[in-house]
Design a protein around this ligand. Structure first.
Ligand SMILES: [Zn+2]
Ligand SMILES: [Zn+2]
Length: 167
């Protein structure tokens, strides 16, 4: 198995093996996206997509680049340090056949930057290469959200914004 060093800096050390996984699954980070961040192959396109969302949330640029297909991978990637990823919802992740080398995942993700909220709706395409699923490309639509203080928080907590992620 190919392994990668995780050179994540302090900015992404906030997820611990025993804390809830940033991808929003019901699992702990150590049982969910952490093994993938350490080089284990993703069992499905959905698992890879979740691990990439967690990497965005944690600022793990190395993992984002290594999980990107070489044909479409950018030379470098800079993440906005003040963008916080608040919510991920997988809308469709058709089971890829075990011998299939391509798959898709449709998802919605919500980000917050100060008092600005955005929703990303994307259909991502994944290709398996040397036994590893990689992100190839996607059709993305960004929408600005305008939650009011008394609206439900876009992070999906069920609480009002003013009692939750209001900055
Ligand atoms: Zn996860
Ligand atoms: Zn919230």
């Amino acid at each position: 198995m190919k392994t990668y060093s995780n050179s994540c800096s302090n900015s992404c050390s906030d997820a611990r093996p025993e804390s809830p996984c940033p991808c929003g699954s019901a699992s702990l980070y150590g049982d969910c996206c952490q093994p993938l961040h350490r080089g284990a192959p993703a069992p499905s396109p959905e698992a890879l997509m979740r691990s990439r969302y967690s990497a965005f949330a944690m600022g793990n640029v190395d993992y984002l680049l290594q999980s990107w297909h070489p044909l479409t991978r950018p030379a470098s990637l800079t993440l906005d340090a003040d963008v916080r990823w608040r919510h991920l919802a997988i809308e469709a992740a058709p089971q890829a056949a075990s011998d299939s080398s391509s798959g898709t995942v449709r998802f919605r993700a919500v980000s917050q930057q100060g008092d600005e909220w955005h929703q990303l709706a994307e259909l991502s395409r994944f290709i398996k290469q040397d036994g590893h699923w990689r992100y190839h490309d996607g059709d993305a639509v960004w929408t600005r959200l305008h939650p009011g203080r008394n609206d439900r928080c876009p992070c999906g907590s069920g609480r009002k914004l003013k009692q939750c992620c209001l900055t």
